[in-house]
Ligand binder design. Structure first.
Ligand SMILES: CC(=O)[C@@H](O)[C@H](O)COP(=O)(O)O
Ligand SMILES: NCC(=O)COP(=O)(O)O
Length: 237
């Protein structure tokens, strides 16, 4: 089974546009779970342009499925993880003001840093995941970091899917086969949507979890949150 973790960053973006509490991010997370989400993902960025640190603490009190916190592992992020102890922390190599995540870790160059951080996460009982592209060397060195899972950065897949879906997914299939051989769990995310999700799931062996935000929250404007979550779950069957 592939779990669907709903990324609610964009709900916070909408809330922040007026500075009040509409829509209520905590209530949306509770409802996502009620509608079938297997997890809730947030990516609190340093400028708090969507999810705030306060949101993270508020969400930690109510999320009963799998709480996944993504981010660049600076001191403040690690403090947050230590206090909240989510089910999973996903380490992303984003510089502070990037528009959105657009690259995975160079795991060979950052091996020692990642080993130290992942060791710390394990001491706190937090499952670790690192955001990587499909480069085989990055996956081999991911294994050396001691991480539990990799999250495959699916931006390039989503971009190339429309022109040549077989070629778009090929590197992901190869990366997944290697990750499975190495005993790394496999998550995936970024720009997955109703058009490209089922094909990705079919071609990527051992896909444990996808985190989806931008497209899913946008689709919910048309179909409603409950229908949309059910629809994405069907694509993963
Ligand atoms: C890590 C990742 O894949 C991103 O997709 C991220 O969680 C989305 O962040 P934004 O919502 O800030 O674009
Ligand atoms: N880790 C990816 C994620 O949480 C959501 O990415 P997107 O669907 O908002 O592109």
């Amino acid at each position: 089974m592939t779990k669907l973790s709903v990324n609610i960053n964009k709900v916070a973006t909408l809330r922040n546009a007026r500075g009040g509490d509409v829509p209520n991010v905590v209530q949306v997370a509770i409802d996502c779970e009620r509608f079938g989400a297997d997890g809730i993902t947030v990516h609190p960025r340093p400028d708090e342009r969507h999810i705030t640190r306060k949101d993270v603490f508020d969400l930690a009190k109510v999320v009963t499925t799998e709480f996944n916190i993504e981010g660049y592992p600076d001191e403040r992020f690690m403090e947050l993880i230590q206090e909240v102890r989510p089910a999973q922390a996903t380490l992303v190599p984003d510089p502070p003001h990037v528009l959105t995540s657009n690259a995975g870790w160079d795991t060979k160059t950052h091996l020692k840093k990642l080993q130290d951080i992942i060791g710390q996460l394990h001491e706190w009982g937090v499952r670790s995941s690192i955001f990587v592209d499909t480069n085989i060397v990055n996956i081999e060195y991911a294994k050396e970091t001691g991480v539990d899972r990799i999250e495959l950065y699916t931006g390039p897949y989503a971009e190339n899917f429309h022109t040549d879906k077989e070629n778009a997914v090929n590197p992901y299939t190869k990366a997944a086969i290697l990750a499975n051989e190495l005993g790394l769990g496999i998550n995936a995310g970024h720009d997955l949507d109703t058009k490209n999700l089922a094909f990705f799931k079919a071609k990527v062996p051992g896909l444990l979890e996808v985190s989806i935000g931008h497209a899913l929250i946008s689709d919910a404007l048309y179909w409603g949150l409950e229908n949309t979550i059910q629809l994405y779950k069907r694509e993963l069957q």
